[in-house]
Design a protein. Sequence first.
Length: 504
Amino acid sequence: MKLALRDVTKRFGTLVANDRISLTVESGEIHGLLGENGAGKSTLMNVLYGLYQADEGEILLDDKPVHFRDPGDAIAAGIGMVHQHFMLVPVFTVAENVMLGHEATGRFGILDIDAARKRVREISDRFGFHLDPDALVENLPVGIQQRVEIVKALSRDARVLVLDEPTAVLTPQETDDLMQIMRQLKESGTAIIFITHKLREIREAADRITVIRRGAVVGEPPPSASNAELAAMMVGRPVELTVHKDPAQPGPAALTVRDLRVTDDDGHVHVDGVSFEIRRGEVLGVAGVQGNGQTELTEALLGLQAHVEGSMVLDDVELRGRSVRRVLDAGVGFIPEDRQGEGLVGEFSIAENMMLNRSHGKPFVSLGTVQQRALNAFAQERLDQYDIRASGIDQHAAQLSGGNQQKVIVARELSRDLRLLVAAQPTRGVDVGSIEFIHKQIVATRDSGVPVLLVSTELDEIVALSDRIMVLYRGRVVGIVPAGTPRETLGLMMAGEQPEGSAA
């Protein structure tokens, strides 16, 4: 199936989200749609999928104009979409999610779950997805949940598949698996629109690339274009893709963790006897494949874990046993890995989200009343300083792009007097321009004397920002090594091998 968008324009009030955008996708082709957060990529695909109605322009399938009143029309025409934030029911099984919305029924109107199971197995076997039709979605890793979304689209005979930021929540290993799945779909004749802002991935996967900036097409570079060329086209200026920082000037130890042990309600150990320290003015990077205790470690520091043993002392203050509020009041800043679940309240305004960690006292609350003038001035200043793309400080956080949501969190956390910054996956799902900005803020925080604990599954990020690197494997410290340790060595450590000369 050939898909063409011609001069598609979509407005929200005075905001032009898509400005006369045209692109064509052929059968058996991966078309990369590249742009920074808030460029209009997802809006354009929502028009294609019938979630929005275009104000101008047209959609053509095999050179014939079509009009989609809603996603049902798009699905019936062979359009499938895997959204950045999955549209799955966690308490349903894989088969139940796949059949949801086009349920097969047998005699007396009874749901034919066996037919759904068979369909899941057929597609899963064809593409090597290895899905259990009876598995509960809430028990599946994120990468497997994404496969469920793809099977759901393919089960409805999608011939054009839209993947909206599909790697934003994936580990490097899951990303590699997705790339292989995309190649298989391409070979089967499926047309794929691959939306991303990750340069390496789009150069690796795409046959053609369209770059969108601020709602308009600014170029169609070949996949052979350099990272620097693509980044400049996305952002509209040269982007520094390398982190520049002076050598650390570490002071005395600020955070000392000894024999930290974290278990869940069922007694499973996630952090097993971890000890380390972070000195003032340094970044300690935590490397490891997702799921090796990084999340539980950061949550223990913040008071979010119930079963914690050991000691976590920040400037002579024991953090273990403190509530989240008391940990924040001790001067800990926290950039969580799940910005929507833990970092923001989507239905709150940008201004309201800016005061979440200071909602119990001055300068924003006095005698139980929000000091709106002070809050608005603070929020507007941060909006400008951090280049948060929004209609204003009253816009709901849920309406922002992922990268701009992340900037709101970073602005809020770095606007306090900190004694420790815990940054977990700080650039996950963020475009190159925002990554450059956030990296500079982390380095500036370090240079101000604040210790930084950086957790990231992006090894390049760990290597670029860290002064020392701690590798976790199955909840234990494999070693703590200096910056500059070869990636090959770090990769072996992430697989559980302890190198000679490393601290543990």
